[in-house]
Write a protein that binds this ligand. Structure first.
Ligand code: ZN
Length: 460
């Protein structure tokens, strides 16, 4: 029974937690373009080789690496009182002397609110919370309504300024920085007591084209080696912290699944490929590079499993392939997770555009996310901050996520028929007409896929 053997191996010999500590504690910050990225790349390469994967190698691509040089925010109407701020990745710089203006607080910064308050927003510095409107959507919307800059504030207390990207691998329409919830509340109180509050924002960053890498290894199938299942997760973090949950945890789950499946490799009819993606945070660049570089294999790529935040898994989230539902439900019924409150579930719907499954989805490959449920209900909320440290990770959840990956991969690698077919671009477009996804993709310029790849990889 290969499945039993593999699960027992994960239960008894898991190296997931130790691997997580190497990535999150020993290496720490793994921002694209930095030293930690290279150390993580080499660690993953060595680990894939140590686990006996075939054809372990790097696949390189270029991206815009970004580095903050100046991040300054002053309350000019309060004798230039300084507040802590973080520039968003790929934010345009402000003029040398800074950009001054009155601040206006919005609750959502979506189209409806911006339209209703268009007169107040024009020419002003807009401040809006991190949630609920996605990070990358507020920037182009605020720019469209003539804001001079955007300050995004964290939705939770703790004096943290989250990192994020204001525009995927392009310069956003306006300077963007993040501030803490506490400083946002201070500014609101000032407005109530003294009327208009004026700020000066000074941002300066360095952007240069750099090389990055996907780390790839595989277990070659015994009967249909050209048919490929991919499981992956990104290994880059933001510059502000060690990205323990986002996404050392996810990539470690992939690595652990590789270790366990290698022990039963003679039972894999199809090939299983393991990919640690580079440069996810600032534009999914590694996963776009993968689909760009493997175009001729995509017809034979029968499933992609993404692991972005490897917590305690609770469900399989299918995107773009209803025909996957029956086989995934069958697998989900077998998945046993000790002490998990609800039964393991399958859901199927319109995908999010914010992680490495998306380029595969855009190419019509059936994709699956391993839904993570943190034990500490707040843990996910530390993502993109300097508090995303190893203490936020649930060690058992890493092994559980690895076990779910390994079970799905083993079952699909040996299924008589491929469980789902590849979608055409027209089919995908029809499926998301009128949904939030269509609107979001237009704003973040993530569609159509061939245009994204041309912009990313053919430009310079
Ligand atoms: Zn992530």
């Amino acid at each position: 029974m290969p499945e039993k053997k593999m699960l027992a191996d994960i239960e008894q010999n898991s190296e997931a937690w130790e691997n997580l500590l190497v990535l999150a504690d020993d290496i720490g910050v793994r921002v694209a373009g930095g030293e930690g990225e290279i150390r993580a790349r080499d660690f993953l390469l060595k680990t894939f080789a140590r686990y006996g994967l075939d054809d372990v190698h790097l696949e390189s691509f270029r991206h815009r690496a970004w580095q903050p040089k100046r991040e300054e925010l002053l309350v000019t109407s309060e004798d230039d009182r300084p507040l802590a701020c973080r520039s968003s990745a790929l934010s345009p710089s402000t003029p040398q002397e800074g950009l001054e203006g009155e601040v206006v607080f919005l609750e959502r910064c979506d189209e409806e609110e911006l339209a209703a308050r268009a007169d107040e927003v024009r020419g002003r510095i807009v401040a809006a919370p991190y949630y609920p409107v996605a990070r990358q959507l507020k920037t182009p919307l605020a720019a469209r309504y003539g804001a001079s800059a955007l300050l995004e504030y964290r939705s939770f207390s703790g004096q943290l300024q989250p990192a994020r990207t204001c525009a995927f691998q392009q310069l956003g329409g306006l300077p963007v920085a993040s501030i803490s919830l506490e400083d946002a509340e201070y500014l609101k109180r000032l407005q109530q007591r003294r009327g208009p509050v004026r700020l000066r924002l000074r941002l300066e960053s360095h952007i240069e084209s750099k090389e990055s890498w996907n780390v790839v290894g595989q277990l070659t199938g015994t009967e249909r080696p050209h048919e490929i299942l991919v499981t992956g997760g990104h290994y880059d973090s933001w510059h502000v912290g060690p990205g323990a949950t986002d996404n050392a945890s996810g990539v470690v789950a992939v690595v652990e699944a590789a270790r366990a499946l290698a022990g039963v490799r003679q039972h894999l009819k199809r090939s299983v490929r393991f990919v640690a993606f580079g440069v996810e945070e600032s534009g999914l660049v590694g996963s776009w590079a993968y689909v760009h570089q493997h175009q001729d294999e995509l017809d034979d790529t029968i499933l992609m499993i993404n692991n972005d935040v490897g917590g305690r898994p609770s469900r399989l989230a299918i995107a773009g392939a209803e025909d996957l539902v029956p086989s995934m439900e069958e697998i989900a019924r077998r998945v046993q997770i000790k002490d998990l409150q609800q039964p393991f579930a399958v859901d199927c719907g319109v995908p999010s555009w914010g992680s490495d499954h998306f380029p595969f989805y855009a190419e019509g490959v059936p994709t699956l996310g391993v839904g993570g449920e943190a034990v500490n209900p707040d843990a996910r909320l530390y993502g993109h901050t300097r508090a995303d440290t190893a203490d936020k990770v649930y060690p058992r959840g890493l092994s559980e996520a690895a076990a779910v990956n390994a079970q799905v991969l083993l079952a699909v690698a040996n299924a008589d028929e491929r469980p789902a077919r590849r979608r055409t671009q027209q089919e995908l477009e029809r499926s998301f007409v009128g949904t939030n996804l269509q609107e979001a993709l237009a704003l973040v310029e993530m569609w159509p896929p061939q245009e994204v790849m041309a912009r990313y990889f053919n430009a310079d």
